[in-house]
Design a binder for this molecule. Structure first.
Ligand SMILES: *Cc1c(COP(=O)(O)O)cnc(C)c1O
Length: 386
């Protein structure tokens, strides 16, 4: 049996995989089992920040593997401590909890909010409010946080204590908050899985002001938007926010599993001994990889992400068969006249790998994708859309 047959027989059927087996790659180019080369416009869903088999990333991982690959959180290890310091210095946050995924980073944020509210506003104050059309993960609690009913249907009962309101509908939020039971509001600044939709800065500003006035925590899910993806280290920086909690994952360790929950001074000591933990969280290899990624997210690199964003958008906007282009930085959604799946299949045929989000074509290329590959991919996408 070949890989595809083995996978179909023995791996749980939870993914509708593309009919492509990737065997190797370098940067933004990957090869399939037949030797066909593709431009990778998805980077593993915004995970491989500097593409596939990046030399600096390999060096950071390799160095750590040769010293110690894992010790558990019962011991101190330098990569974990150094990464936490780096993230705090670059964000102004005060402490970090490390985990292994976006869902876990959000779980931690939710635990922080619940304990903070119980201690500061009373045990009845436990509701976490999120936005409609959001995505916060696949665990039962982060599914409850996800404001899309179709994710909920088959898995009742979900964790209680969640509510959601439509983007922009401050009256609905105020109604939810009226009885004093809301601990925190958790939002994505660009709804990724929801269709690559950036929030209106005016709405975010009004939301932030209201939450401050009500002493309700503002928590930003930067699992997808974080780590340079939108052209700033974290998207909240572009929105002029000072969130109480920030969760991130995907691109943080450039291809190894790592989640992080960043806590502001206000909540950084809410969790104490025994309140939370993770066997793999803060693993030295993942942390060493993350240090190498975060250290490279300099102002110059972030400015280049914004420049590349403008470049590809200028090539796509207004092209035949393209209705709109949305997003921020190198997180791009394309509303196409043709069904997105059809566009993706035509792109694959022509050697370009794209993703979808809802009914859109979604692009999440490596932050350092060379301009020539970006331009070539845009040409292929345009042809596929026309
Ligand atoms: C991908 C994603 C998650 C879930 O991350 P996992 O690592 O798959 O658990 C949560 N929130 C957002 C915004 C995401 O894009």
């Amino acid at each position: 049996m070949n890989t595809i047959e083995l996978d179909q027989q023995f791996v749980a059927s939870t993914y509708k995989r593309f009919p492509v087996e990737i065997v190797s790659g370098k940067g933004s180019l990957v090869q399939d089992a037949n030797g066909k080369e593709y431009i990778d416009m998805g980077s593993g869903i915004a995970v491989s920040s500097f593409g596939v088999a990046d030399e600096l990333w390999i060096a950071a991982v390799e160095k750590q593997i040769h010293s110690v690959q894992h010790m558990s959180n019962l011991f101190y290890t330098a990569p974990c401590a150094n990464l936490a310091k780096l993230l705090c210095e670059k964000t102004g946050m005060s402490k970090v909890f490390f985990s292994n995924s976006g869902a876990e980073a959000n779980e931690c944020a939710i635990k922080v909010a619940r304990k903070w509210a119980a201690e500061n506003k009373g045990p009845a104050c436990s509701t976490i409010v999120t936005l409609k059309n959001s995505f916060h993960g696949r665990t039962l609690t982060t599914l409850a946080a996800t404001g899309q009913d179709h994710f909920h249907e088959l898995f009742q009962p979900l964790t209680p204590g969640f509510a959601s309101f439509a983007v922009g509908d401050m009256d609905a939020l105020k109604a939810l908050c009226a009885n004093g039971t809301v601990a925190a509001v958790l939002i994505e600044l660009v709804q990724g899985e929801g269709g690559v939709i950036p929030l209106d800065p005016a709405f975010v500003k009004e939301l932030d002001a209201y939450l401050k006035e009500q002493n309700i925590l503002l928590m930003i899910d930067e699992v997808q938007t974080g780590n340079g993806r939108t052209g700033s280290l974290y998207a909240y920086m572009q929105y002029g926010l000072h969130p109480d909690v920030v969760s991130t994952a995907k691109g943080l360790a450039g291809g190894l599993p790592m989640g992080a929950t960043l806590m502001s001074e206000k909540v950084c000591n809410v969790l104490s001994y025994g309140d939370h933990g993770s066997t793999f969280g803060g693993n030295p290899v993942a942390a060493a990889a993350a240090i190498s990624v975060v250290e490279r997210l300099t102002d110059d690199l972030l400015a280049d992400v914004t420049r590349k964003s403008k470049l590809i958008r200028s090539l796509l906007e207004g092209a035949p068969g393209i209705e709109s282009v949305t997003g921020l930085g190198l997180m791009i959604g394309i509303k196409t006249v043709k069904p997105a799946a059809e566009v993706l299949a035509a792109c694959r045929e022509s050697g370009v790998l794209c993703l979808t989000a809802k009914d859109k074509v979604r692009l999440l290329p490596a932050l350092n994708i060379p301009d020539d590959l970006l331009i070539k991919a845009a040409e292929v996408i345009k042809q596929a859309c026309a």
